[in-house]
Design a protein around this ligand. Structure first.
Ligand code: AMP
Length: 294
């Protein structure tokens, strides 16, 4: 497996591969990999000659500096998982490589040495809810890094997890608006045996927090069964608030019942269309998100 830190080296490698007629699948990640990430590599391998994984903790999509500082960085262990999974190449750039070095005037203002992009994405209604509402600037950072990675890798297909449902919706829209000729493949959420969605942030949970973390998925499952049994969205939202009031270790940030495509709140259940139940909750110092779609 090749490991590239420079954009130029990755581009030269990909140029040769494409001259040989190989198709390219691309899985963008922030590292601290788990089985969920590997399932995306597996999906890519099934459809492409070559599978590329990027590992980049993108500073501009973090609105909370402590969250960025605490984000696990485990490149050696990540590569040790990717090679046997059949990944062909890893792209692990520094922030300076991705965004360029800060100029002297920027450097004096910023503690980081990379140049912060000035371009701003506005995803309208898609980003005014849920993650966008509670993490201002997050999807702008996602939009910039994903479009930049797409330009560098120029894949045929790309694989994203439905665990980040709003991210998938935003990337889909960005690809339409910017005319990226790449197939977007959303992939199902992989869970631990107790239902907890796999996440790089899970490793920051204490043993006690890890033991109760499955209450997030239990809450989603409860909400789904209540909705399917005919309760109204307002009743279900009250039931979920009560569920978390019995679990004082959690701080529920949001629980939303939305249309799975528009991500806008559903006031009454319709017979058609897909519903998504989306949740974000803090457990100790860790912020966890999850969703179910049905
Ligand atoms: P991240 O490294 O957290 O930015 O995630 C990289 C990609 O892996 C994103 O497309 C995520 O949605 C996806 N992903 C994260 N957790 C899971 C999971 N439990 N199951 C499937 N995909 C996931």
């Amino acid at each position: 497996m090749h490991i590239f830190h420079s954009i130029a080296d990755l581009r030269s490698y990909l140029r040769v591969q494409r001259q040989q007629g190989k198709t390219v699948g691309f899985v963008p990640t922030m590292g601290a990999l788990h089985e969920g990430h590997l399932s995306l590599i597996e999906a890519s391998k099934a459809q492409n000659d070559l599978s590329i994984c990027s590992i980049f903790v993108n500073p501009i999509q973090f609105n909370n500096p402590d969250d960025l500082a605490r984000y696990p960085r485990t490149l050696g262990a990540d590569c040790a998982m990717l090679a046997p999974a059949g990944c062909d190449a890893v792209f692990a750039p520094s922030a300076e490589e991705m965004y360029g070095k800060a100029t002297a005037s920027e450097g004096s203002k910023l503690s980081n040495a990379y140049s912060k992009p000035i371009l701003k994405f506005d995803f309208g209604a898609l980003e005014h809810v849920m993650e966008g509402q509670f993490r201002p600037g997050h999807f702008n950072g996602v939009g910039i890094v994903v479009s930049k990675l797409f330009n560098i890798v120029q894949p045929d297909r790309t694989y994203f997890g439905q665990k980040d449902l709003q991210q998938v919706a935003i990337v889909r829209r960005m690809m339409i608006d910017l005319g990226f000729q790449i197939e977007l493949h959303p992939c199902p959420t992989l869970r631990e045996l107790d239902g907890l969605a796999m996440s790089s942030r899970n490793r920051n949970l204490t043993t006690e927090e890890r033991a109760i973390a499955p209450h997030i998925f239990k809450g989603l499952s409860l909400a789904k069964s209540l909705l399917l049994s005919g309760r109204t969205p307002a009743e279900v939202k009250r039931a979920i608030s009560a569920h978390f009031e019995q679990q004082p270790a959690f701080r529920l940030e949001y629980f939303e019942i939305v249309d799975a495509h528009s991500l806008q709140t559903i006031e009454a259940m319709a017979d058609t269309g897909q519903t998504a139940l989306c949740i974000a909750a803090h457990l100790g110092k860790v912020r966890l998100i999850d969703n179910v779609v049905f």
